[in-house]
Structures are given as C-alpha cells and as structure tokens.
Design a protein around this ligand. Structure first.
Ligand SMILES: *Cc1c(COP(=O)(O)O)cnc(C)c1O
Length: 381
C-alpha cells in the first residue's frame, strides 16, 4: 500500500490484496497451524503458524501502513506486545516510564520485569525536566502514553524523542488512546509504537489483541525473532476481526471525536459536575499541545462529580446507554469509576484517583441520545 494515500484510504486498503488463489476480496481466515512443503525445508514463506500466518501478515501490513511505519508485528494482546518490546532490554538496563501508564503496564514493569533485573523510574512525562532528570547512563528506553488513562494528560512526543535520542535511548509510545487516526508517534520521532488493538483499532469490543510498529529494520528483526521465540501470537480469526475493524477506523474516530466534543461541552455546563478533563476543551492543561500533535481530541472524557464518590456511583449506575464496564474504544458508550474499578490497584499510591472521578468512552451512537442519557443520570444525583 502506497503511503502517499490519505489515512482514510489507507485504512480501507492497507494489507488488502485480493487472495492470490481465489480472488477473494477479503483476506481469508487462514485457520491452519502448518503448511505443505513441496520439498524438504522448502516452503512458500509459511511453515508454521506461530512463525507466520497469512491473515496475520495482512494485519501486520495494515498496522504498519496505518502508523506510517516500515514494520509491524501483531500479538495476542496489548500486554503481550509490550512484554515483547521489553525483552529487547537486558538485566541492568533502565527505563524511564510515565507514572500514570495503563495499570497492566505498571504491573508488568513493577511486578514481573523488575525482579528480572530491569530498573524503572516512574515520572510525570508531561514535565520535560522530570524526564531529563530521571535519565541515567544505563537508560535504554523512555516509555509513555499520551493521552493517559484516566487523567488524559498529554506528553510532548517530539520533545521527549529528542531527549531520548540525545542520551542514546529509544522512545516507546503506547498509542492506544489516540489510535493512528489521530496521532502518529513515529512521525514525531518515536522509535517504537504499541497498541492494544482491543480498543479503538479493533473498535467493536469483540477481540483482544496488540501490535508493535517500528521503522528500524534491526529492531524489527529482533522483535520478529521474539514474536516467534516467545510465541504470544494472535489467532487467525482475531487477526481478521482486527483487520475488519481497521477499515472503519477513520469513520469511527471522527464520530467518537465529534460526539465527545459535544458531550464534554454538556458536562462542562452541568452544575453537578465539578471538572471535565478532555483534551478538546480549552480548559485542558495541554489543550494547545493536543491540538499540535493530534488530529482530534479522541473519545475519552473524565469528569469529577461535585458530590464525590457517592454522586459518581449514582451516575455510573443510572446511565442506560452508557454500559457500566471496563475497557474503551468500542462503538458503544461505556462508563466506569476508575478509583474502585480499573485503578483500584493504585489506591494507596501517589497515583490514587479521585473517587469522584467518572470515565466515559463516548461511542458512535446519536449524540443527542447520549447527552439525554447522561442528563437523566445526573438528575438522579
Ligand atoms: C488496554 C490497554 C493495554 C493492554 O492491552 P490488552 O489488549 O488489554 O492486553 C495497554 N495500554 C493501554 C493504554 C490500554 O488501554
């Protein structure tokens, strides 16, 4: 797929060559573990499906093109993708990580990888000085998410990439919350981009998956070796589902952003709401930076209820269209309370979340229905 096409075109066509044997327009689900070999140790590029599978190949081509990268690898989950990236490092290496990364990422770094000899410093990556001060001679990687979850903080990818490169380190960006439709970290200088394709890229809350995208061929070769050696690969059906999601990514993201803009405005004007955190609002601390490095504000909104935790619980229980559930990025609207739900594990840490905070993933339903639903739920407070 020629990368001079615009994003909407790439999303529909990338990785989608008609099937060479039948002409099938959709990439088939190659539900096979192995491949017949015409002679000993000769094959057509596929010998075993942990190593390579044609449905996965199509997905990986699509993912690389979406991020404007040279190479992509698909994984069984976002966590598997992040874990595989971390295996590029060696005991003694040091990582500067954002301090409000996804809870599962923090758990992987702190509980799994630290005991294996990797060192981590967790810092506020919206603060460039804090990032610079945390760097040590053995720092190999700076890791960040932008926007973060659930506080939707924005970090300056271009500035932090420059700092990483000055110190001979890589910058890795978890781009799950923005999706490549809104933000392309490689173009801003990042070296490694990861996704939980479970979220916006898959987009339909029906598959769990992950991805890594890079430009450097040597790094790709190491990751490709690890993908096969470690083996956290996605099933062919899962690859197909993510590919199908990708085709409507730009349409969905445009609607998520448009709806979220309206919902954020509604919440900001509501007397029961103390504060709305949304990169599209001028009141957001990094609104200008968000406009600079993102094509849109995204579909995630967090807001703090004036009535604290009790009021937050009422809202989360009373919405009807917004389903009370973890996860995000699907076509349907979701609501959750980070403090007792997704972020319960950081309750006793400096990252503890305000118990009155409500997080919503704004879906692609009609926005007037969404606002009416929130209005009736807020009325119950
Ligand atoms: C969900 C999520 C992950 C983990 O992905 P899984 O597919 O659930 O393993 C990582 N990073 C972010 C930002 C996420 O939202």
């Amino acid at each position: 797929m020629n990368s001079h096409y615009e994003f909407e075109t790439i999303a529909v066509h990338a990785g989608m060559e008609p099937d060479p044997t039948t002409g099938a327009v959709m990439v088939p689900i190659y539900q096979t573990s192995t491949y017949a070999q015409p002679d000993v140790a000769q094959h057509k590029g596929y010998d075993y499906s942990r190593t390579d599978n044609p449905t996965r190949t199509a997905l990986q081509t699509a993912l690389a093109t979406l991020e404007g990268g040279q190479h992509a690898l698909a994984f069984a989950s976002g966590m598997a993708a992040i874990d595989t990236v971390m295996r590029l490092l060696r005991p003694g290496d040091h990582v500067v990580s954002g301090n409000d990364v996804y809870g599962g990422t923090f758990r992987l770094f702190d509980k799994v990888l630290q005991p294996y000899g990797l060192a981590f410093s967790f810092v506020d990556t919206t603060d460039i000085t804090a990032v610079t001060n945390a760097i040590r001679p053995e720092t190999k990687l700076i890791w960040l998410e932008t926007p973060t979850n659930p506080m939707l903080r924005i970090s300056d990818i271009e500035a932090i990439a420059a700092i990483a490169h000055q110190h001979g380190a890589w910058l890795g960006v978890d781009n799950t919350f923005a999706s490549p439709a809104l933000q392309r970290p490689l173009a801003l200088g990042a070296d490694i981009v990861v996704h939980s394709t479970t979220k916006y890229i898959g987009g339909h809350s029906d598959v769990v998956g992950g991805a890594v995208v890079v430009n450097d061929t040597a790094v790709y070769s190491q990751l490709k070796f690890l993908q096969n050696a470690v083996g956290a690969v996605p099933a062919p059906l899962d690859c197909f589902l993510v590919l199908r999601g990708i085709k409507t990514l730009s349409l969905r993201m445009a609607t998520h952003c448009r709806n979220a803009n309206r919902v954020a405005q509604f919440l900001a004007d509501h007397p029961a709401v103390a504060e709305v955190i949304f990169p599209g609002l001028e009141s957001h601390r990094q609104h200008v930076l968000a406009q600079k490095q993102m094509r849109g504000p995204g579909g995630m909104i967090s807001f703090i209820m004036r009535g604290g935790e009790a009021a937050a619980r009422v809202v989360a229980r009373q919405t009807k269209l917004f389903t009370l559930a973890e996860s995000l990025g699907g076509i349907e609207s979701l609501i959750e309370l980070p403090a007792p739900m997704t972020h319960a594990s950081v309750a006793d840490s400096p990252l503890a979340i305000d118990p009155g905070l409500v997080r919503i993933s704004v879906g692609i339903e009609n926005v007037n229905d969404l606002i009416a639903d929130l209005q009736q739920a807020l009325h119950e407070v």
